[in-house]
Write a protein of this length. Structure first.
Length: 94
């Protein structure tokens, strides 16, 4: 099996401000919808400056792509973990 490196919010190289930005964006997008949330609102709620936001992302669109990539990587990692080992998938769920 090939295990690929995937980025997570547990990545020790990710700053706490970066994590706060991502987590707050997810919360706001979930609550109000992507199109109704502004970069300013994300920054205000995450308690980071817009300069910090733009250090990590060129736009809100780039942020959502990053969030979706993190989620996809997490799902991929969990699926690979389920597939590892000698037990069948059915046995793992029983």
């Amino acid at each position: 099996m090939i295990v690929k490196h995937t980025r997570t919010l547990l990545d020790p190289n990710m700053s706490s401000k970066h994590k706060d930005l991502i987590l707050m964006a997810v919360k706001l997008f979930h609550r109000y919808g992507f199109s109704k949330v502004s970069v300013e609102e994300i920054c205000r709620e995450a308690r980071v400056s817009k300069v910090t936001f733009y250090r990590y992302y060129k736009s809100k669109d780039e942020l959502i792509v990053s969030i979706l990539t993190l989620l996809f990587d997490d799902i991929t990692r969990r699926v690979w973990a389920l597939l590892e080992g000698d037990k069948s998938l059915k046995q793992k769920f029983d």
